[in-house]
Write a new protein. Structure first.
Length: 737
């Protein structure tokens, strides 16, 4: 409560911004005041001459003294106010010749007034009385000299210093105005006139100019007491009862007027202070937004918007030997999991400083998360990368954290010449004319792509975006941009690979595999497009297309009077995130009116790691709906036994890696035998993929693996080939009853 009262009265210190705002407002207000006073004083001078015709020049000059003092001070304040506005907008900061000339003219006028004042009164008063009578001339001298000093010495001062200096001038100006108002009104009262001059000057000096409330209280109280001290005797000179009543009424009105003006001063101050706070908050918000527009909030590095601007400018001015780097903090996710996000943020800040110091003077930005972008030169690049890696890896010895760096050298038009640039790996990249600067975002994206190629290679930490990488990059971009076109135009094909019974080698089912036969790239293998579609979360478009084509093919076979072949469909973990997979499958079998026993759902065991939530629920829905559930690639991950414990599958599909050393490694046979027995004990059938020889097929049959798949029985082929082989007896269909 006390603090709030102190704040209202102005005893608490304002912020620098608030003080500056109030000072600037005072100076702007003084401009308006000075213009009004100049107009009034010129009018008073003219009126003085008009009312007193026939006087000599010196007699006019003596009568003009007070008017000239107030006029001079108003002109000086006007000059300073205009000068301050010029400073405020930084138009220029040279000495103002017109202002200097004006100041000198009024300084000479002040000297003449002072000399005339002393000459007229030298024999009529002592030094003390003379000093008291000339106080306004002395104040005017101080005002003019202060202004001249500003123009000569302080004109280069910053805006805040100039505003405080202007506040000092306003104080002198206010004292002159108040003194003039008091003395003029006392003179008017003695001649039975009103006190309007005093009222006007008090309003000008105390209300229009903004003072702290306690300062306003002092100014108003001192002015009213000073005026009342000379006014009261004049009012009491008339001793009639009627005059006494007027005096009492005037005293009440005088006190009420003092209170009213004080309240006005406080109200104006609080209003201006509120405006200052609001303006300060807006300025701070603008400053923060402006900072965020060019700076990363966490690390203080440039953001990518600012990085792109800086990079484009550099590439236009000095493109030779420039190289873009994409830096990824490897294993940062595990660091966050172990130490928490706050420690992770501190680690990123430290890493950002290391990278920035490792490339002094070069544009460095945080792209996102734990990714950084750099535009530097190829000079000593290998050493720079080695140094920052060494510093980062030494930050925490108890957890593996390292840097992976991808690079891209932009193609530039270097005066129609060819430039050979060496890179850290020792290779040479040729730069030829390209016509314009490449977009830095594209350059960093290519460097990022190169970095991604060594993501899981612990022995490699640097990768260049070369010609081969460029082809792979454009192929990836082509896949992402054309998956919809491929689906709609039939470039996506279904190939079927036979699955046979191990004892009779008769056909029991097929696995549906996607192939992309493109008019531009030709045959695209699944290894080309499936990882890309998964990375860009577009795999659902491919899978939904394959599922529908399989259901349509089964319906086609049935309509042709042939026995349908059960088909297993691969489902990605992302399919459950990107669509309602159980509903899609249910709708497809209803749309083509096929039996659910002809559809087998395959999902890899790696997709099920550490997931006991919505994915498990969706798989349960599929199984409860009547679809046969197969666990694919068993043994390729690290959580196989947990998967067998937590999920219910009909078929266990053993990964082909167990057959890669079948002939030389007896352990493979032991492991395969154990897995088949485990599947049998858990109530599942077993299927081994990757069978390529008769010996492998015979061994798997002997240990009880019921189904086999591999090139030994047939490669993936179009539906027409499967049907032909069934018709010519190559494949005999034998379903499990």
């Amino acid at each position: 409560m006390i603090k709030r009262i102190c704040r209202q009265l102005g005893f608490l210190r304002n912020s620098k911004y608030e003080t500056q705002y109030l000072n600037d407002t005072n100076i702007r207000t003084s401009i308006y005041m000075s213009v009004v006073i100049i107009a009034l004083e010129i009018w008073m001078l003219i009126r003085y001459v008009d009312k007193r015709p026939g006087l000599t020049f010196m007699e006019y000059f003596d009568g003009w003294t007070n008017y000239l003092i107030l006029l001079s001070s108003a002109v000086i304040i006007l000059c300073f106010g205009i000068r301050h506005k010029i400073h405020e907008h930084d138009l220029h900061r040279k000495r103002c010749i017109p202002g200097l000339v004006t100041g000198l003219i009024f300084f000479i006028l002040d000297i003449l007034l002072f000399a005339r004042f002393i000459h007229v009164r030298k024999d009529k008063m002592n030094f003390g009385d003379l000093l008291d009578a000339s106080k306004y001339l002395l104040l005017l001298s101080a005002l003019i000299l202060a202004y001249l000093a500003f123009e000569l010495l302080f004109y280069k001062k910053p805006q805040r210093s100039a505003a405080i200096y202007g506040q000092f001038l306003n104080v002198i100006f206010a004292v002159i105005c108040l003194g003039f108002g008091c003395e003029t009104s006392i003179s008017d009262v003695s001649k039975e006139r009103q006190i309007l001059c005093f009222v006007t000057m008090v309003i000008y000096a105390a209300c229009l100019l903004i003072w702290k409330p306690y300062v306003s209280f002092i100014i108003l109280s001192a002015s009213f007491l000073y005026f009342y001290h000379d006014w009261e005797p004049i009012m009491k000179a008339n001793e009639s009862p009627y005059a006494q009543k007027i005096l009492e009424a005037n005293q009440i009105n005088f006190f009420t007027f003092w209170i009213a003006l004080l309240m006005v001063c406080i109200s104006i101050y609080q209003q201006r202070l509120m405006e200052a706070k609001k303006d300060e908050n807006l300025t701070k918000a603008h400053s923060i937004m402006k900072k965020l527009a060019v700076e990363d909030e966490l690390t203080g590095l440039s953001n990518m918007h600012q990085f792109a601007q800086d990079a484009e400018l550099i590439m236009l001015e000095s493109p030779a030997n420039r190289i873009y780097l994409f830096i990824n903090v490897d294993n940062f996710k595990n660091f966050n999991d172990k130490y928490g996000y706050q420690a992770g943020n501190e680690f990123l800040k430290t890493t950002a400083n290391i990278i920035k110091n490792g490339f002094p003077g070069d544009p460095v930005a945080r792209q996102s998360d734990d990714h950084f972008a750099v535009l530097t030169t190829t000079d000593n690049l290998e050493e720079k990368i080695r140094n920052i890696r060494k510093q980062v890896t030494s930050l925490h010895q108890d957890i593996y954290v390292d840097l992976k760096v991808g690079s891209y050298i932009p193609n530039m038009n270097l005066s129609e010449s060819t430039v050979l640039t060496s890179t850290p790996s020792g290779s040479t990249i040729e730069l030829r004319a390209a016509g314009k600067v490449i977009d830095p975002h594209i350059a960093i994206d290519r460097a990022r792509f190169a970095c991604g190629l060594i993501k899981n290679k612990f022995d490699k930490h640097y990768m260049e975006y070369d010609e081969k990488v460029d082809k792979d990059f454009h192929k990836r971009q082509y896949i992402v941009n054309n998956i919809d076109n491929a689906v709609s135009n039939g470039y996506i094909k279904v190939y079927y690979q036979p699955v046979v019974w191990s004892d009779t080698h008769t056909l029991c089912s097929c696995e549906a595999l996607a192939r992309w036969i493109d008019p531009e790239y030709g045959f695209l293998s699944p290894g080309d497009f499936i990882p890309v579609l998964e990375e860009y979360r577009l795999i659902d478009k491919l899978d939904k297309c394959i599922w529908e084509m399989v259901c349509r093919d089964i319906r086609h076979i049935m309509d042709a009077g042939l026995k349908p072949i059960p088909v297993s469909l691969n489902i990605s973990r992302l399919d459950f995130e990107l669509m309602d997979t159980p509903s899609v499958m249910e709708n497809l079998v209803q749309k083509y009116n096929i039996d659910k026993k002809n559809i087998h759902v395959e999902i890899t065991e790696s997709a099920l790691a550490n997931d006991m939530g919505e994915l498990q629920s969706s798989l349960s829905r599929l199984k409860n709906d009547g679809f046969s559930m197969w666990l694919d690639d068993f043994g390729s991950g690290y959580s196989s036994l947990n998967v067998l414990k937590d999920y219910n599958f009909d078929v266990l599909k053993i990964d082909m890696k167990f057959l890669s050393s079948f002939e030389k490694n007896d352990k493979s046979k032991v492991i395969l035998n154990t897995i088949v027995e485990l599947a049998t004990h858990l109530g599942m059938f077993s299927l081994t993929e990757g069978v390529e020889t008769g010996d492998e097929a015979d061994f798997l049959n002997q240990i009880g693996c019921g189904r086999l798949q591999g090139y030994y029985f047939g490669k993936p082929m179009p539906l027409e080939d499967i049907i032909s082989k069934i018709k010519d007896g190559t494949y005999v269909i034998k379903r499990l009853e």
